[in-house]
Design a binder for this molecule. Structure first.
Ligand code: ZN
Length: 95
């Protein structure tokens, strides 16, 4: 994974504000298991190496294990982008 910079920390914090948590527990989008914030990663749906940016529509909260196995694969990119769009629209509309 890339080195953590100030910029990384900013997008992480912003991304977590867009994610539902249940008293500090987060649900991994990939495996559906529950984790504490420290075990969650903010994943770039379009990987940064393919030009993916730090906007909220390109970030999703998945566990470190799923993020590692995903790597820079593009196989889930389109469905993940769609589900992220739907999720954000629901949040913005107050569900
Ligand atoms: Zn997971």
């Amino acid at each position: 994974m890339s080195k953590e910079t100030n910029n990384d920390r900013r997008y992480r914090d912003r991304a977590f504000e867009d994610v539902d948590s249940n008293h500090g527990w987060y649900v991994c989008k990939k495996c559906g298991r529950h984790f504490r914030k420290g075990d969650m990663d903010i994943d770039h749906i379009i990987p940064q190496k393919y030009g993916g940016n730090n906007t909220r529509g390109n970030l999703q909260c998945i566990c470190k294990h799923c993020n590692r196995s995903k790597g820079a694969s593009l196989s889930d990119t389109v469905p993940d982008l769609v589900s992220r769009r739907i999720e954000l629209a629901k949040r913005d509309l107050g569900k």
